[in-house]
Write a protein that binds this ligand. Structure first.
Ligand SMILES: [Zn+2]
Length: 729
């Protein structure tokens, strides 16, 4: 049986022949053309806008009638049409965005861009509709004034969906009136412009600095891959005669401040003076002249504080936490302090170890290590302690074997069976794409399906890896179940000739990570689509299943079960397994401390900083650096000026989420460690409980409640601290 039935078109698309407007079932990917995007999306938006207007009119009349004693408003009158509107847009626009990511072409990109603005406008219109907001309030009031079982009383899932919907609209300012709302909207617009200016300044400052190296002594220590990259940059820039013929071997080499060039240069560059030059330029980005981000930072923080107060919150941080799992600023601070206290002494020891190796190798800077020495000596220490060549491990991880290992683990833990389908059983967008079905281990019933698009296709497929929703668990208008279908996208090397796709260990971890997101999407048992799978899961809890799955890559039985040489069938040598374990915690104190420094700076800027507090954002950060860094930032270090995550991205007062979710995932894995990873029936029982809680309940309950249902207690940071190598074994 197909995971979802695509046999009958949605009623509202009767009479249109456009595949992009079908609105249900597996998308007919190959039938969708860029030209169709430009015809179908405007047509769809026109329909949806008309239906939204009609819904608003109906609701307006109903609310009026209710105030005159008519029957209460029902869930079906408000939430179902609202979901239906959103879902039709999600289905059609989801296909376009998906194809834009995996089958890009200049035509498709242009078609996508031409419609994106209108799609966003429709979302804002629905999200700021005053009538809908009042109707949501009506549902809530009916719930609050009724008893369980009475008309108008909601179940726990409905209540969570309703509250999230109301909260999101409140955060868009729908509850404000008159001048207050005008000021709110004006500030929202200004904040969007400031964020974009901030990002552009960082980009321009990054691109505006280069250093041309032409003496081979200047590139001493650099690996061949980096020399190639630098020579290629020189050829592309063509700054001086001779650059056109730049080679990895003879140069010239052009250094820049982008991550792919800076990070390895600081790690491998033997010339200390050049590391210093590059480092100083890098940390001072966007902090002077026309590109100075400092005034923008103050303005952004000031406006955010005002916005939060307009909505009744004490600070932007409080407002950010209103929609997250973390309950309060204090709760986040406490977690960060636990991690800081554990990481700080370890980071100090790590710095000592770097001084010691510099001294052993006779480096004059040994007693006075500077920030531009840290990555360099850390790499030397790593090579001395364990030489792990990630390329050399590839033959032990052919894709097919890794998939069997992953699927076998899922069968063992979650009692599901994953079966491949024959080509042609489901529509796809590329011959490399495979379609799998997920069956319940006990009953054999179909639960879900997923697409796996494993290989990189430079030029037409976006880099990175992700999981996305193709279809969510729901029911058709006729009441037929629709099973969830996921997109799992990776970017590993394709097979070459007789050689299968051989993965690095990082790629194996990435596949497990994305599959964890996929499991939460696919194994949901929630009946209401608004809270099924990853829908309605708080932002700081959504990485729990994904990072949880990564832990299994380090589990001896799981890893050794799948890591066998693709030609000889030999197991991964024990020494290599030990190196993988060592690499996981290498410089773990410094890495944790660095994340704590960023997270705490972000949180304090958005909770305690104020424009008239007599302290600049920069001063606040430096004060925090005293307890969250082991090497003081140098005077020109203007890190905040390039902290795009919080000033140009979506992480403001949310940077802590990285560590928050890691606490949850490490603690969840430790439930398996506690029962014993080799005690089979206990592992199986714990896995089943994970499926029945975290993977099944999705956004239908609060993440804290779900976590406790699995773990039997609230989350603890102990496991993460231990896994990060911050306590003695
Ligand atoms: Zn993720």
């Amino acid at each position: 049986m197909a995971a979802s039935s695509a046999s009958s078109p949605a009623p509202e698309s009767c009479g249109t022949a456009l595949p992009l407007l079908r609105g249900e079932g597996l998308p007919p990917f190959e039938a969708i053309t860029p030209g169709q995007v430009e015809t179908a999306i405007p047509q769809l938006l026109e329909q949806l806008n008309a239906e939204l207007t009609a819904l608003e009119h109906t609701l307006q009349k109903r609310l009026q009638a209710i105030s005159n004693g008519a029957a209460p408003l029902s869930w079906a009158e408000l939430m179902e049409p609202l979901h239906h509107l959103g879902e039709r847009l999600r289905w059609s626009w989801g296909v376009v965005s998906h194809l834009n990511g995996v089958c890009n072409s200049p035509e498709l990109r242009e078609a996508h861009q031409s419609q994106q603005g209108a799609v966003v406008v429709f979302g804002s219109r629905a999200g700021q509709s005053a009538v809908i907001y009042r109707a949501l309030g009506q549902l809530l009031e009916q719930h609050q004034t009724s008893q369980p079982g009475e008309t108008g009383h909601l179940d726990a899932t409905q209540l969570r969906i309703l509250e999230a919907e109301r909260r999101d609209m409140q955060l868009r300012g729908v509850g404000l009136c008159g001048a207050e709302q005008e000021a709110f909207n004006a500030a929202t617009t200004e904040l969007a412009r400031l964020a974009s200016d901030f990002g552009n300044h960082v980009l321009d400052a990054t691109n505006g600095w280069t250093l041309r190296l032409s003496d081979p002594a200047e590139v001493a220590g650099l690996p061949d891959s980096l020399r190639k990259l630098l020579a290629q940059a020189a050829r592309q820039a063509g700054q001086e005669p001779g650059d056109a013929d730049a080679t990895a071997e003879h140069g010239p080499w052009l250094l820049g401040l982008d991550m792919p060039r800076v990070m390895p240069f600081l790690k491998y560059g033997a010339r200390r003076d050049l590391r210093e030059t590059v480092y100083r330029a890098q940390v001072a980005r966007a902090s002077s002249g026309e590109l100075d981000n400092r005034p923008l930072i103050e303005r952004i923080l000031t406006l955010r504080g005002e916005q939060a107060r307009r909505l009744g919150f004490a600070s932007w941080a409080e407002m950010s936490l209103a929609s997250k799992m973390a309950g309060s600023v204090g709760e986040v601070e406490q977690l960060l302090e636990e991690l800081r206290a554990a990481a700080y002494p370890v980071a100090q020891q790590e710095l000592e170890a770097l001084r010691a190796i510099a001294s052993r190798q006779g480096a004059p800077e040994a007693d006075d290590l500077k920030p531009w020495d840290v990555a360099y000596w850390a790499e030397k220490l790593r090579q001395e302690s364990f030489e792990l060549d990630s390329e050399a491990l590839r033959p032990w991880f052919p894709l097919e074997q890794v998939l069997q290992g992953l699927f076998g683990l899922c069968q063992r833990l979650f009692d599901i069976r994953i079966v491949s389908t024959d080509p042609g059983e489901a529509p796809t967008w590329h011959p490399d794409v495979r379609y799998f079905r997920v069956l319940d281990g006990a009953s054999g019933a179909s639960l879900a399906a997923f697409y796996l698009d494993p290989f990189s296709r430079p030029g037409s497929k976006r880099g990175g890896a992700w999981m996305d929703e193709c279809l969510g668990r729901s029911r058709t208008a006729a009441g037929e179940p629709v099973l969830p279908v996921a997109y799992l996208i990776c970017n590993q090397s394709p097979p070459v000739g007789e050689t299968p796709s051989l993965m690095t260990f990082d790629e194996v971890e990435t596949l497990f990570h994305e599959f964890g997101h996929g499991l939460q999407h696919m194994l949901t048992t929630v009946e209401r689509p608004q809270a099924a799978g990853i829908n309605n899961v708080e932002w700081d809890a959504v990485e729990l299943p994904s990072q949880f799955m990564e832990n299994w890559c380090y589990d001896r039985a799981t890893l050794m079960g799948m890591a066998r040489h693709w030609q000889t069938g030999e197991s991964l040598p024990e020494a290599d397994y030990q190196k993988l374990l060592a690499a996981r915690t290498f410089m773990g104190g410094s890495a944790t401390l660095r994340q704590v420094h960023f997270a705490l700076t972000d949180l304090r800027l958005h909770s305690v900083w104020s424009p008239d507090g007599g302290q600049s954002p920069e001063q606040l950060r430096r004060e925090l650096a005293r307890t969250t860094t082991v090497l003081e930032p140098i005077p020109e270090d203007a890190f905040l000026c390039a902290f795009s995550h919080i000033f140009a991205g979506g992480y403001s007062a949310g940077y802590y989420s990285y560590k928050w979710a890691e606490v949850l995932s490490a603690d969840a894995f430790s439930a398996f460690e506690e029962v014993g990873l080799d005690v089979e029936d206990e592992v199986v029982a714990t896995g089943r409980r994970f499926r029945d809680t975290v993977l099944s309940l999705g956004g239908s309950r609060s993440p804290a409640e779900i976590f406790e249902a699995f773990r039997g207690r609230p989350p603890s940071s102990e496991a993460l601290i231990r896994h990060s190598g911050l306590v003695e074994a």
